[in-house]
Design a protein around this ligand. Structure first.
Ligand code: SAH
Length: 258
């Protein structure tokens, strides 16, 4: 029987959790939530006698101790992460610690902040002839980066980039992107607290964005989006093109077949 659910709470707006995530939170006896980013309004879904822990004040061992103890008592644990737990969620180490103990767990996905940022911008990341690739990455912080994933190296692809956890190092981000080959007029958007009531958007170019971030005083909970998709010239998608057939639709008759 599953005893631990790792749940993606979504980017902030409490309505952006999945129905399954909400139901499991409402059924859990113990809820451990990442208080630094998860909207506390999510906790209104908890049942009245649930025990609630904020993992922002706990280390991994403490989280595991609470989880193990609850499981030993036959309780259900909801471990609530921000966005989707697969992206910078540090869930692997928790799951790997539960496995040898024979504690069964499941993961419930959530809306990651890089997607909530696209929604805030009303922007598609994959425009035909501009970019069909999205790179999710971050700058090196206390967590080291594999050498081949240096931002300047990834920038060489000129794909759409969603850069997490890095707005406080904006000068460094810009420097590496330019070093990698992006021109200074490449558009950049910063989405701060996507889907929260105080959501903010900054738009600029690699030449201007570091100053804009400094002026706005942004140091956390922001997504950096870089790439030509943010400019509007592109070719129409093949998916809805009359002459393009796919498994659910034939090409229209008036189009000469090759
Ligand atoms: N698992 C989360 C990411 C956790 S790492 C997810 O899928 O979204 C924390 C980083 O995510 C922050 O530094 C910021 O870059 C980004 N982030 C989290 N919530 C955000 C939000 N509402 N708006 C913009 N960026 C956000």
């Amino acid at each position: 029987m599953t005893q631990v659910y790792f749940i993606g709470a979504g980017p902030g707006d409490p309505e952006l959790i999945t129905m399954k995530g909400q139901r499991l939170i409402s059924e859990a006896d113990v809820v451990i939530y990442a208080g630094s980013l998860v909207n506390p309004e999510i906790l209104t879904y908890c049942k009245e006698d649930a025990t609630i822990y904020n993992s922002a004040q706990m280390n991994l061992d403490e989280v595991l101790d609470v989880t193990k103890k609850a499981c030993a008592e036959g309780k259900i644990v909801a471990r609530v992460h921000t966005g989707d737990p697969a992206i910078y969620g540090a869930i692997q180490e928790q799951m790997d610690a539960l496995k040898p103990l024979g504690i069964e767990y499941e993961v419930i996905p959530g809306v990651s902040s890089f997607l909530a940022s696209a929604a805030a911008l009303k922007q598609e990341y994959t425009l035909p002839n501009v970019s069909q690739t999205v790179i999710i990455t971050r700058l090196e912080g206390r967590t080291p980066m594999p050498e081949k994933e240096r931002l300047s190296y990834l920038a060489q692809h000129q794909a759409t980039m969603c850069i997490f956890l890095s707005v406080q190092m904006m000068d460094n981000v810009v420097e590496q992107l330019i070093e990698g080959g992006y021109s200074e007029d490449t558009p950049v958007a910063i989405v701060i607290r996507a889907s929260w009531p105080d959501q903010k958007i900054l738009r600029g170019t690699l030449a201007t964005i570091a100053d804009q971030v400094r002026e706005a005083g942004v140091i956390r909970q922001a997504m950096i989006i870089v790439g030509r998709v943010l400019q509007s010239e592109y070719h129409l998608s093949k998916l809805y093109d009359r002459s393009f057939s796919h498994m659910f639709r034939d090409a229209k008759e008036d189009v000469p077949k090759s």
